[in-house]
Design a binder for this molecule. Structure first.
Ligand code: AMP
Length: 284
């Protein structure tokens, strides 16, 4: 695997590759590292379509609204590189903050995201999605992929990136990859290692709640389903529930009737022992 550490090196490599292989497609999966099978699944999916697969590892400071979270974010880089080698990733882009933001981190967001960035995660993490869009835009300008691979795990992020690509008139296609889970259903996340053993045992209940919603869809309205999921989650007093919402996948706004939406998703986030757990399930 080729490791490129600066934007200039990465852009130059991509340009040369394109010139030599004009018909080949490039797939890209941006990550913040502390890789797990969920991340690797994005790369495997990319390999099934693309001739060249690029991963990036960059812990983006502008999307952290909690400095402690940024500081504590795991950075096991040697292990990450070993994992990327096991899936035959072609290129790792591994830049420093000063290389991604040579003129500082201030940014005037040119995109019109409307309520996409203020609902759900946006309401709990002000500025998070601006920072996320800032880094994804910068990475796309450097890597210029044909396909961008992102996990359904971060559902809201994905809808916002899709909107951003449309507003950029980008030819890059976003590929939504399914959530990889531990055997007990907990969605894999780099933050799971921070769960204390007792909390780790409780954590799969968030997935059980997503399954409950799926089972109830045939017999309950969105409002009833959401309430039943909330009732289920509040039975575990250690859960601090940030939100549970059943929304349209494109507008991210709550729906009143299942027929209001071609594709609806239940999104939930809760806090457990200082760790935020996100999960969602498409309710087609
Ligand atoms: P992160 O490193 O957390 O920024 O995640 C990088 C990419 O991996 C994002 O597109 C995530 O949605 C995706 N991802 C994270 N966890 C999972 C998972 N459990 N299954 C599938 N994709 C995931």
């Amino acid at each position: 695997m080729l490791i490129l550490k600066t934007a200039a090196e990465c852009s130059a490599f991509i340009l040369t590759y394109r010139n030599k292989n004009p018909t080949h497609s490039i797939g890209f999966a941006p990550t913040m590292g502390a890789l797990h099978e969920g991340h690797l699944s994005l790369l495997r999916t990319a390999q099934s379509t693309c001739a060249l697969v690029v991963a990036s590892i960059f812990v983006n400071p502008t999307q952290f609204n909690d400095p402690t979270d940024l500081e504590k974010y795991p950075r096991p880089i040697a292990h990450d590189i070993a994992l990327l080698n096991t899936v035959n990733c072609d290129v790792l882009f591994l830049p420093e903050v000063s290389d991604i933001y040579p003129n500082g981190t201030a940014w005037q967001n040119p995109f019109l995201f409307g309520s996409l960035v203020t609902v759900m995660e946006g309401a709990h993490r002000p500025g998070h999605f601006d920072g996320m869009a800032q880094v994804v835009k910068r990475l796309l300008d450097i890597v210029e992929p044909d396909f961008l691979y992102m996990g359904q795990k971060d559902f809201q992020q994905q809808t916002i990136v899709k909107t951003m690509l449309a507003q950029m008139n980008s030819t890059c296609a976003l590929v939504r990859c399914p959530i990889l889970r531990e055997s007990d259903g907990l969605a894999m996340s780099s933050r799971n290692v921070r769960l204390a053993p007792n909390d780790r045992a409780l954590a799969p209940r968030i997935y059980a709640a997503m399954c409950l919603a799926k089972a109830q869809k045939a017999t309950h309205s969105p409002r009833e389903t959401r309430q039943n999921v909330l009732d289920f989650l509040t039975k575990t007093p250690k859960f601090g529930i940030d939100y549970v919402e059943i929304v349209d996948v494109t507008t991210l706004l709550p729906i009143e009737n299942w027929s209001d939406s071609a594709e609806a998703v239940i999104c939930a986030t809760l806090r457990l022992g200082g760790v935020r757990l996100l999960d969602n399930e498409i309710l087609c």
